[in-house]
Design a protein around this ligand. Structure first.
Ligand SMILES: [Zn+2]
Length: 291
C-alpha cells in the first residue's frame, strides 16, 4: 500500500519550520510520509544571533541547523535543489550565477520534477506567487514548483523517472486577520511587532492574503512544541529574542496554532475550508501513471 505522501518545497533552511512546521510534524505523526526540498543553502542569511560558528562557514552551520529542525519535526527525508540564496530584493547577489532567483525556470523545474517523480507525492506545498513577503527566492520557489508539478506529470517531458501526477497542490499563506491579530497581541503584550508600534489595520499590513481566499486551515496546536523546537534549531536565523520564539503562550496558541493554505491545483474534498490537506486522498488514489 502506498503511504500518502507530502512534498514541501522551501527556498531557504528555516522556511520549512516557519511556514509548514505543524503540517510536517502532524503528517509524520499520522503515519504519512513527509519530504522537504530546500532550494538554496541560505548563503545570504546573516548570523543574526551572533553565535560562534567555530571553524564552520554559515552554510555548513545552517545545514546542521536544518538537520536538527527536521529531526524535531520527525522528518527523515530531505533534499537540496542545489541553488544559491539570492538575497533580498535589489541585492547584488540576485545576479550571482548560481542564484536561485536568476536560475532558468525550466532547468530548475526539471530538477524539482525529477524529485517529484522519485518521491511521488500526493500533496505538494510551496509559497504562493507573492513569495509570502516578496523575497525573490520565495517567488521563484512558487513558479518552479508549479512548473515542476506539470513537468512531472507530462509523459513527454525530458525528466528522469516515470510520470507522476500530484493530486493536490497547495500554497502556504498567512491570512491578514491572523497577521493583524498577531501584531496587536504583540503590542498589547509590550513586545516588538515586525510591523512596528502602530495600530495598523489588517488591510494596511505589508503582506498577508485575503482571509476569504484561504481554503485550508490546519489546527497545529498539538504540534506547536515541535514547531517551536524546529524554529529554535535555526539559531543563527531566529534569535532567542525573535517574536517567533518569545511570544507568550496565549498568543502562540492563537496566532501560531494554525497554518493556512490555498488549494491551487486539484479538487477539495467536501466543504471548504479543509482541515486536512490529505482530505479525499486514500491509498487507492496513489495512481502511478499520468496521462
Ligand atoms: Zn526564506
Amino acid at each position: 500500500m502506498t503511504v500518502p505522501t507530502l512534498l514541501c518545497v522551501h527556498p531557504h533552511p528555516d522556511d520549512e519550520s516557519i511556514a509548514c512546521g505543524g503540517l510536517l510534524a502532524s503528517t509524520v505523526a499520522a503515519g504519512r510520509r513527509a519530504v522537504v526540498v530546500t532550494c538554496t543553502g541560505g548563503e545570504e542569511g546573516e548570523n543574526l544571533a551572533g553565535i560562534d560558528l567555530g571553524a564552520d562557514d554559515l552554510v555548513t552551520h545552517r545545514r546542521r541547523e536544518l538537520a536538527d529542525a527536521l529531526a524535531a519535526l520527525g522528518v527523515t527525508e530531505h533534499e537540496y535543489l542545489g541553488y544559491r540564496d539570492s538575497g533580498m530584493v535589489g541585492s547584488p547577489t540576485n545576479h550571482h550565477p548560481d542564484s536561485f532567483h536568476g536560475a532558468d525556470i525550466e532547468e530548475a523545474a526539471g530538477r524539482l520534477a525529477a524529485v517529484v517523480r522519485r518521491v511521488r507525492p500526493h500533496v505538494v506545498v510551496s509559497d504562493d506567487a507573492t513569495g509570502t513577503y516578496g523575497h525573490p527566492d520565495h517567488v521563484k520557489a512558487h513558479h518552479v514548483t508549479v512548473r515542476a508539478v506539470a513537468l512531472a506529470a507530462d509523459p513527454r517531458a525530458d525528466v528522469p523517472g516515470e510520470p507522476w501526477r500530484v493530486v493536490k497542490r497547495y500554497v502556504n499563506v498567512i491570512g491578514r486577520s491572523r497577521l493583524a491579530a498577531m501584531h496587536h497581541a504583540l503590542i498589547d503584550a509590550g513586545l516588538a511587532s515586525p510591523f512596528g508600534d502602530d495600530d495598523v489595520a489588517a488591510a494596511d499590513l505589508p503582506f498577508g492574503v485575503d482571509d476569504a481566499s484561504i481554503t485550508a486551515h490546519l489546527d497545529i496546536a498539538d504540534w506547536l512544541p515541535r514547531k517551536r523546537a524546529a524554529m529554535a534549531a535555526h539559531r543563527s536565523q531566529i534569535g532567542e529574542d525573535s517574536f517567533f520564539l518569545n511570544v507568550p503562550p496565549a498568543i502562540a496558541s492563537t496566532a501560531f496554532a494554525v497554518e493556512q493554505f490555498v488549494l491551487e491545483d486539484g479538487a477539495a474534498a467536501g466543504d471548504l475550508p479543509e482541515t486536512d490537506l490529505f482530505a479525499g486522498i486514500t491509498a487507492a488514489e496513489a495512481h502511478p501513471a499520468a496521462g
